[in-house]
Structures are given as structure tokens and as C-alpha cells.
Ligand binder design. Structure first.
Ligand SMILES: *Cc1c(COP(=O)(O)O)cnc(C)c1O
Length: 393
């Protein structure tokens, strides 16, 4: 290795030395309740494929059909020659589904945040950001050049204090929160947040990546859950989680969406979603509008799993959604627990610092509508055996 690149080896070594090196496993099967992981068949509790749409036969059929008609690539960025009629169809269907004036799609939830936040605020403005907001929100905030003011997690009182402190210092203020926080599975108190932001005429944005297709009526998201239609100014979401595909969306006021269409940099400078992605997302909207069966099954599975885990004596933290953290505290214990589970044929991630605070390490169990009761019981039995072996219960 040339001298000028030695630093990379040293950085990686330092990650290893500090227990921060991420060994990434390889999946060689479609997404579903069971996966082939590093050659081993295991029960999957790691994916965001909440509704099982990632390998749903109707989704696969929709993609095959559109590829025959439209080919595989968009050929350009949206603003030059990459906007196909299917993109516009998806955007209008999403707007209808979410009950908003307009919607714009992006390559991912990550790029949706990078596009949106710098369109809403700039150097003369301030952003009030929940301290646990997702990395893509943080990066979008940094790109905007606005001053970032963090408020304590889900703490409306702290938010109000910080609004009062800052409201006369900036041209505009924007409050941003995740809808569902993916490490704990808790919900932002969006109704209370809205009360405060509307009182001071502060713009309000929610990133509902883990709520889209999960919370609200038939998976219509956190704004629907709290009945805040027309009140939250802008909703960012993803189609890579419950929708089972890929892509971001931004929904809200028609003028704001038009502004993002004119100025959102990932829209103007990065190619469009492929026709296959778009067709699959359209089918996801069809399936969600057709029936609430998958969303209902997801919640039934989540509620069953959490109740049984509590009976076994596990602490499932603050979860208000099917995301189930199993609180263990110690980082090494969480890592060992995850390894033992994997040996038992259960794939569930250990999360530790810096992903979650020091001393709050956990296993995060991602429940899906695709899990059968038998699958959930196998998982519970594995948790019981490992929990006893490692003296957790
Ligand atoms: C997952 C996630 C994203 C990123 O979505 P992608 O479509 O995977 O890029 C953005 N925001 C939040 C809150 C997320 O949880």
C-alpha cells in the first residue's frame, strides 16, 4: 500500500481495536421471515421489510411488466429527461394516499432529506432538531447552512424554551423530528410539538421513514395517526422500509413541493428512480389502499411478541411500535447475546454505543407481518434459552 493511503489501514485498525468495526453479513436469499445469512438459514428479525412487500408476488409481477414496457434505466435526472409518466403517477397516488396537496419522489429517504431541508432554510435561519434525529436529517441540516439548535428527545417543553430563546434571532425557524425513532420504537409527540410550533409560527417537518406503512390508518403515517392533516408543513418518508422497495418521498403543501422540484439538488443533479422502483412503489400503494390486512398483522405480531417477552422477564424499553428493543445495558452482553441467538438460528442485531447511548446496549427485534406465530414462538424460545444462559432472566 502506498504511503499516502496508509492512514486508511490505521483507521480501520483503530475501529477494530475499539470494538467498533462492523462485520457486515451477506444475504443470499430474498427478504422475508427467513433468510440465508452467510450460508446459514435463519429467522430474520433485522429487516425494515415490515409488511413483507420486498418479495411480494404482486410487487415482483408489477416490476416484470414495467421493465418490458419502459426498460431498466431512467436515462437522466428528473429535470432534464428523467421524468416519466410513471413518476408523476406515483407522486399523485402518494399525495392521495397521504391526504396532502402534493408529493415529490426521490432516489431515497436520505436524498429526500438532503434535498428538502436546504430548500426550507438557509444561513439566516435556525433549525430546532430532536437530539435523536436520523443521520440524514443531521446531514440535511448541515448542508442548509442554518444554525442547528438541538432539543432534548421528544421534550416539548425544551422545544418551546429553545423557540422562545431563538425566535427573534433568525429569519425563519424550522422544527424537525423523526416520526418513529428506530432505536427505541417510540413515537414523536407530534400533536404536542404542533401545538408549540404553530403557537410561534415555526415551520414543522417530520421524517416518518419508520412510520410510513406502519402507523396511522392503513399505514398512512404519523400525521394520520395524530389527525394532523394540513397542519404539519412537510412530511419526508421512505419507500425502502414498509413499502419494501427503494425511494424517498416528500409530501405537503403544493407550493413547498413545487419549490423543492425547482431547487432540490438531488432532484436536479442525481438521476431519477428507475421504472422498476416506481412500479413497485405504485403497487405498494395499491396494496396498502386495498386492505389494512398486512398492517393489522404487523401490529398483532408486534403486540404478541412484546407481551410474551415481558412475561419472560425481558425489558422492552419505550417501544410504542412493532420495533422491539430488548434492553440489556452492557455492550459486550448485547454482542454475546446476538451471537448466541444467531447460533440458535435467530438473526437479531445488537446495538451499542455510538448508535445508542453508553450503557443502553440492546438487541433490536424487527417484527414483520411475514412472521407466522410459529416463527415468533421459535424466536421467543431462543430468547428464553439465551436469556437464561447469560443470566439476563
Ligand atoms: C431509514 C431512514 C432514512 C433513510 O431512508 P432510505 O430510503 O433508506 O435512504 C431517513 N430517515 C429516517 C428517519 C430513517 O429511519
Amino acid at each position: 500500500m502506498s504511503n499516502r493511503l496508509v492512514w486508511a489501514e490505521e483507521e480501520i485498525q483503530s475501529l477494530s481495536d475499539n470494538g467498533l468495526y462492523n462485520h457486515i453479513r451477506t444475504i443470499s436469499s430474498p427478504q422475508g421471515a427467513w433468510l440465508i445469512v452467510d450460508g446459514k438459514k435463519v429467522l430474520n428479525f433485522c429487516s425494515n421489510n415490515y409488511l413483507g412487500l420486498a418479495n411480494h408476488p404482486k410487487m415482483v409481477a408489477a416490476v416484470k411488466k414495467v421493465v418490458d414496457e419502459y426498460g431498466v434505466g431512467p436515462g437522466a435526472v428528473r429535470s432534464i429527461a428523467g421524468t416519466m409518466d410513471v413518476h408523476l403517477e406515483l407522486e399523485s397516488r402518494l399525495a392521495q394516499f397521504k391526504g396532502v396537496e402534493a408529493c415529490i419522489s426521490f432516489q431515497s429517504g436520505f436524498t429526500a432529506n438532503l434535498a428538502t431541508i436546504p430548500c426550507l432554510v438557509g444561513k439566516e435561519d435556525g433549525i430546532l432538531s430532536d437530539e435523536l434525529n436520523h443521520a440524514s436529517i443531521i446531514d440535511g441540516c448541515r448542508l442548509s447552512g442554518a444554525t442547528i439548535i438541538r432539543f432534548s428527545h421528544a421534550n416539548v417543553k425544551d422545544l418551546e424554551t429553545k423557540i422562545i430563546e431563538n425566535k427573534d434571532k433568525y429569519r425563519r425557524l424550522l422544527a424537525i423530528t423523526d416520526g418513529v425513532f428506530s432505536m427505541d420504537g417510540d413515537l414523536a409527540p407530534l400533536d404536542k410539538i404542533y401545538e408549540v410550533t404553530s403557537k410561534y409560527e415555526v415551520m414543522l417537518m417530520v421524517d416518518d421513514a419508520h412510520g410510513e406503512g406502519v402507523v396511522g390508518k392503513g399505514g398512512r403515517g404519523i400525521v394520520d395517526h395524530f389527525g394532523l392533516h394540513g397542519k404539519v408543513d412537510i412530511e419526508v418518508g421512505t419507500m425502502s422500509k414498509a413499502f419494501g422497495v427503494m425511494g424517498g418521498m416528500v409530501a405537503g403543501n403544493a407550493k413547498l413541493i413545487e419549490w423543492i422540484r425547482q431547487r432540490g439538488r438531488p432532484f436536479i443533479f442525481s438521476s431519477a428512480l428507475t421504472p422498476a422502483d416506481v412500479a413497485a412503489c405504485l403497487m405498494a400503494v395499491d396494496l396498502l389502499e386495498e386492505s389494512t390486512e398486512l398492517v393489522d398483522q404487523l401490529w398483532e405480531n408486534g403486540n404478541y411478541f412484546k407481551a410474551e417477552m415481558k412475561k419472560l422477564g425481558f425489558d422492552t424499553g419505550l417501544s410504542q411500535t412493532p420495533i422491539t428493543p430488548v434492553m440489556l445495558g452492557d455492550a459486550k452482553l448485547a454482542k454475546d447475546f446476538s451471537k448466541e441467538l444467531f447460533n440458535e438460528g435467530v438473526f437479531a442485531m445488537a446495538l451499542a454505543f455510538p448508535t445508542v447511548p453508553v450503557g443502553k446496549a440492546r438487541i433490536r427485534v424487527m417484527i414483520s407481518a411475514t412472521h407466522t406465530k410459529e416463527d415468533l414462538d421459535l424466536c421467543l424460545q431462543a430468547f428464553e434459552r439465551v436469556g437464561k444462559k447469560l443470566n439476563v432472566i
